[in-house]
Write a protein that binds this ligand. Structure first.
Ligand code: ADP
Ligand code: 5GP
Length: 209
């Protein structure tokens, strides 16, 4: 018997906090998850693979996908579009597969509106100096982009307490990944995730002699 609905977990956090790193670790310690590959108009970083890290699109292609209703949510972040393709996520959830999204706060807000049962997790840095060190140390953006991302981080950090369900300090990658795994484990037992299973048991109970 497994007709539980998949759990949707959203991971957000300021740029450079370690979302990508922690999610990679999460997938190493928990196979039973589906990562939703986002679409974006930003240029690939060295080592990023189209279709694995993102689906890299032109602005025209992205806007076409918005118009045809193919995006579950999308947002503009630091001058580029980012969005979650709808069909794969919906299919996974209806098949009982648990989905992880790595998205920024506007997207998280929209997901929560559409799917209030989703679990919203916000990753925090141990402190702001460490956040800057990580963002600069990653060495993937120029000074102007880093400044833009730190400014956006400040705006996000102000809004996050109202919106997110869980906050995890990313001190050690392993610790943060284990905490997300535990949250997903808990969400798998939520009333919404278990509603079909409950219904079936109740029906069976009705038929007891
Ligand atoms: P994000 O996806 O949030 O923008 P990344 O996963 O790209 O962040 O991480 C940014 C930088 O911080 C990378 O160089 C990564 O190796 C480093 N990093 C991530 N998590 C930790 C951690 N817990 N401790 C130290 N460095 C970390
Ligand atoms: P990066 O350029 O560092 O990969 O991502 C920048 C920001 O965009 C991060 O906060 C990341 O979580 C967010 N992001 C990535 N994919 C999506 C998406 O599909 N939708 C939204 N709303 N944000 C996304």
């Amino acid at each position: 018997m497994n007709n539980r609905r998949g759990v949707l977990t959203v991971i957000s956090g300021p740029s450079g906090v370690g979302k990508g790193t922690v999610i990679k670790r999460l997938f190493e310690i928990e196979d039973n998850l589906y990562f939703s590959v986002s679409a974006t108009t930003r240029k690939p970083r060295p080592g990023e693979i189209d279709g694995v890290h993102y689906s890299f699109k032109t602005k025209e292609e992205f806007e076409h996908d918005i118009e045809t209703g193919e995006m579950l949510e999308y947002a503009v972040f630091n001058g580029n579009y980012y969005g979650t393709p709808k069909s794969a996520v919906e299919q996974c959830l209806s098949e009982g597969k648990d989905v992880v999204l790595d998205i920024e706060i506007q997207g998280a807000k929209n997901v929560k509106k559409m799917m209030p049962e989703s679990a919203l997790v916000y990753l925090l840095p141990p402190d702001i100096e460490e956040l800057k060190r990580r963002l600069v140390g990653r060495n993937t953006e120029d000074a102007e982009t880093i400044a833009g991302r730190l400014h956006t981080a400040r705006l996000e950090l102000n809004e996050a307490p109202e919106l997110y369900d869980y906050f995890i300090v990313n001190d050690l990658v392993d610790n943060a990944a284990i905490k997300i795994k535990d949250i997903i484990e808990g969400e798998r037992c939520s009333k919404t995730a278990m509603q079909e299973v409950l219904k079936q048991i109740l029906e069976e109970a009705e038929n007891l002699a």
